[in-house]
Design a protein around this ligand. Structure first.
Ligand code: ADP
Ligand code: MG
Length: 254
């Protein structure tokens, strides 16, 4: 079930940063997706060296898409993060989408470089992860997350989401009742058990629409909030997690 995780992640990148990079292990991101998210064009790279050049020649409106060969994802990701964080300040105000992030973590283990970028990125930077198997979300990712966006979920992914949110049956039902492409945003900065949640309707962001006020308040309000145009504020660490379960797609890492 394709709901819009990657598209929505790109949308956040386009609105939130002065420079955007997408890690695209499945080679899913094409020009149409990039343009729909608000980018003018897309550049693809497959090595750290090419990424280095792309960063040096970066133009506003550009989306740099990293398409690893997939032969050794961890090593390839290591090369990319090495370039992004050398030195860490160069990543100031930039954003990274880690698409299909379950290929770099499980509940019990996380690729050291994903751990590193989640922990060491400049506070003004935005990191967005997507997955269809939320149960593979590692604790170190979770602990530093500001907001979580769930499309329709089922099975273990839904259990993981409800458990993380507030454990309530209301939350479970709210997710089960989501229509296609609709999502629920949780502000992870709230007190445990008191998570605020906000509905995100597809037309609010699809086709490069500017998000409505209540939605941007969900991001910008509260002590952990910041983003959208948060690049300027630099007052909090940002993580996003866009999860969705698929009844037909088994978790990748199992
Ligand atoms: N907000 C939306 N409104 C309408 N269609 C959408 C929306 N988001 C995604 N889609 C459709 O769903 C497809 C899958 O989007 P994608 O971002 O690849 O999803 P995922 O990453 O969850 O698999 C897109 O090609 C598009 O046709
Ligand atoms: Mg996707």
């Amino acid at each position: 079930m394709k709901e819009g995780k990657t598209s929505y992640g790109l949308h956040l990148l386009a609105r939130s940063s002065k420079g955007a990079i997408a890690w695209d292990p499945r080679h899913m991101i094409d020009e149409e997706m990039a343009e729909r998210a608000g980018f003018e064009y897309l550049t693809t790279v497959d090595t750290g060296q090419d990424l280095e050049e792309a960063i040096q020649e970066y133009d506003p409106g550009e989306l740099v898409v990293v398409r690893p060969s997939g032969l050794d994802l961890e090593t390839e990701f290591h090369e990319i993060i090495g370039v992004l964080l050398d030195p860490p300040e160069r990543f100031h105000d930039w954003a990274l989408l880690v698409d299909e992030a379950a290929s770099l973590q499980s509940a019990h283990a996380i690729t050291p470089d994903l751990d590193r970028i989640v922990r060491q990125h400049p506070r003004s930077a935005l990191i967005v992860q997507t997955t269809h198997s939320l149960q593979d979300w590692h604790r170190s990712s979770r602990d530093l997350t500001d907001a979580m966006v769930a499309f329709r979920l089922q099975g273990r992914s839904l259990d993981a989401f409800v458990e993380y949110a507030d454990g309530s049956e209301d939350m479970r039902q709210a997710v089960l009742d989501l229509p296609r492409h609709h999502a629920i945003l949780i502000d992870c900065g709230s007190e445990p058990g008191a998570e605020e949640f906000t509905y995100i309707e597809p037309q609010e962001w699809w086709n490069n629409k500017v998000l409505d006020k209540s939605f941007s308040e969900a991001y910008n309000g509260g002590e952990h909030g910041e983003t959208g145009g948060a690049a300027d504020k630099g007052n909090g660490q940002e993580e996003r997690f866009v999860g969705e379960g698929s009844p037909r797609t088994p978790p990748e890492n199992d």
